[in-house]
Design a protein around this ligand. Structure first.
Ligand SMILES: NC(=O)c1ccc[n+]([C@@H]2O[C@H](COP(=O)([O-])OP(=O)(O)OC[C@H]3O[C@@H](n4cnc5c(N)ncnc54)[C@H](O)[C@@H]3O)[C@@H](O)[C@H]2O)c1
Length: 450
């Protein structure tokens, strides 16, 4: 069976490579010719640990191909995975333009029975809309081929995507067709050797599961950020609170880290899109509204702390920024909190020295040129002559920084840690005025009142 994966972004490329790694014959298709040409030469357009090895091995073994041609590939495939982007529209709704365009391209060329599998995150009811679209295209072609549309939302995490895909917590299949369900189970069988992970349900519930899961994760993050605000003022230490809370098996430790708010390509847009869908049904969602509000406030927090430290006198101040991607392990800059911080500081006349171990290139593509921005190749370069350092993305290499060298290169002593990576007492001993999230600063400046 030949599997076609449409869209070679974070989801499509990882999915295609992992399916090929498990022995399937996979064709990955994208309309972005530059991406395809790079992939055909073995160059991976995104940073994702472990992905390059899979792509190179499976391409060499002939199980994985890359193309920009629907004409050359659709007739070979029996199952087509849609992994195209579904970005936020201005009103917060999920845009289905790429999905409908991809489905149209396949349906216009289909010559054999086909299962259309939707991996993109889409509003509840999209499977039915895709079904109608295919029906109308087949009708205009006088085609009477059978087809199914299956929902198969993706849950991988960027930075750990290959691992997540190879060992998924669960595979959700939304279908009313026993036959399509069996085909999907057979495709995923190699991933189930340890235990069964396929959960079959109706398409509406499958689509909703994805939004509910991401909204839950966003809620946990905003909840902890709200707790952190209080801790900063009442003297409790959010890190200790987190450990105490997480030890409760009903709660668990994951997604309890306070920080600079959630970002990335999924949580922000999916919470927005779910609220939009709720409004369409006249259902109010006060909890998710609060989750978003807290997140917006949190993204401003580090900039506010820095400004407060310098009594609002930011003109000409130099701030070194460590980490730009929305989280470690990826070069994805979509909705990254660093973007808000950079904007805040530049607006106040500060200079920023930016360094990310992996995402400098991706960041430089979306951060407009500015005379007050310098791009750096190391932590030390970012620290040089700076008045303050701000840790935004908790890359592993930042866990043990050479603090002596950093201080020697700085002209100030302020360190703003947006990810609670260090011990406040140790940082004070090292000579820093250290500020973090959800712990009262040892430095004399009063915490910001929210
Ligand atoms: N990135 C994640 O961590 C993640 C996790 C789970 C689910 N998702 C969801 O998966 C979907 C894809 O996300 P992503 O991050 O991989 O997106 P992405 O933007 O990285 O990749 C999308 C790809 O689709 C291609 N494309 C767009 N229209 C096309 C068309 N008509 N034909 C062929 N290719 C086309 C684009 O060129 C691009 O390469 C989204 O719905 C997203 O919400 C993403």
């Amino acid at each position: 069976m030949v599997l076609l994966v449409v869209g070679t972004g974070y989801v499509g490329l990882v999915t295609g490579a992992c399916l090929a790694e498990m022995g399937h014959t996979v064709i990955c298709l994208d309309i972005n010719q530059e991406k395809i040409q790079a992939l055909q030469k073995g160059k991976i357009p995104i940073y994702e640990p472990g992905l390059e090895e899979f792509v190179i091995r499976n391409t060499a073994d002939g199980r994985l191909q890359f193309t920009d041609s629907y004409e050359m590939t659709v007739s070979q495939a029996e199952v087509c995975f849609m992994a195209v982007d579904t970005p936020s529209g201005e009103d917060g709704s999920a845009s289905l333009d790429s999905l409908f365009s991809a489905v149209r391209s396949v349906a216009e060329l289909a010559k054999r029975p086909m299962i259309y599998v939707n991996k993109s995150t889409v509003p509840v009811g999209t499977c039915a809309k895709v079904t109608q679209l295919i029906q109308s295209i087949y009708k205009s072609r006088n085609l009477t081929l059978p087809f199914e549309v299956v929902s198969n939302p993706e849950f991988l995490k960027e930075g750990n995507a290959v691992q997540d895909c190879m060992k998924p917590d669960r595979i959700i299949i939304g279908t009313q067709s026993d036959e399509a369900g069996e085909v999907m189970k057979s495709i995923y069988a190699p991933f189930m050797v340890c235990r069964e992970r396929v959960i079959i349900m109706d398409p509406l519930s499958a689509e909703m599961t994805k939004y509910a899961a991401n909204s839950m994760l966003a809620t946990r993050i905003s909840f902890m950020n709200e707790m952190a605000s209080l801790c900063e003022n009442n003297g409790a230490d959010i890190n200790k609170v987190r450990i105490g809370m997480g030890a409760d098996t009903r709660i668990g430790y994951t997604y309890l880290y306070p920080g600079l708010g959630y970002g990335g390509s999924c949580l922000p847009k999916d919470v927005r899109a779910l609220r939009y869908q709720a409004a369409e049904h006249d259902v109010s969602m006060p909890l998710l509204a609060a989750v978003e509000d807290i997140n917006e406030r949190q993204k401003q927090l580090l900039g506010d702390k820095i400004t407060h430290y310098f009594d609002g006198e930011m003109d000409g101040k130099i701030v070194g920024i460590l980490g730009l991607s929305f989280k470690p392990g990826t070069d994805d800059m979509r909705d990254a909190p660093s973007l808000i911080l950079i904007k805040q500081l530049l607006a106040l006349g500060a200079k920023v020295q930016l360094y990310d171990p992996v995402a400098n290139h991706a960041a430089s593509q979306i951060i407009p040129d500015h005379e007050n921005i310098s791009w750096c190749e190391s932590e030390i370069e970012a620290a040089r002559d700076s008045d303050a350092l701000a840790l935004v993305t908790e890359w592993k290499q930042f866990r043990f920084l050479n603090f002596t060298a950093l201080l020697e290169n700085m002209r100030g002593t302020a360190f703003f840690d947006g990810r609670n990576q260090y011990d406040p007492k140790e940082m004070a001993k090292r000579g820093f005025d250290y500020f973090c999230i959800g712990r009262k600063p040892l430095h004399t400046k009063a915490p910001i009142q929210n």
